[in-house]
Unconditional design. Structure first.
Length: 95
């Protein structure tokens, strides 16, 4: 699954910006959402290779999103709801 494309569509942040070294909050949050999804499916090392980050950075970013989900952050939960809809519709198309 290409989570980079999905997160880009959901957040409005270009895929090239998500992979970049830019530190603006809206870009970092989109990047961390990618880290969350790739880590969940592929693990730290593979996620790191895709996003051009160290595995410890993937771990931190993924845990940051988990923390925001625990406190029910509206922006992050909204993004995840939209992403989950896109993921499920793309999975259905493959069957």
């Amino acid at each position: 699954m290409n989570y980079l494309t999905i997160v880009s569509e959901v957040t409005g942040v270009k895929a090239s910006e998500i992979i970049s070294k830019k530190t603006k909050k809206y870009i970092s949050e989109a990047r961390q959402l990618c880290m969350f999804y790739y880590n969940k499916e592929l693990g730290l090392s593979a996620a790191g290779r895709i996003l051009k980050r160290n595995h410890s950075t993937i771990y931190h970013g993924s845990n940051h999103i988990k923390g925001l989900l625990e406190i029910k952050d509206k922006k992050i939960t909204g993004w995840i709801e939209k992403a989950e809809l896109m993921i499920s519709s793309r999975v259905e198309l493959n069957f």
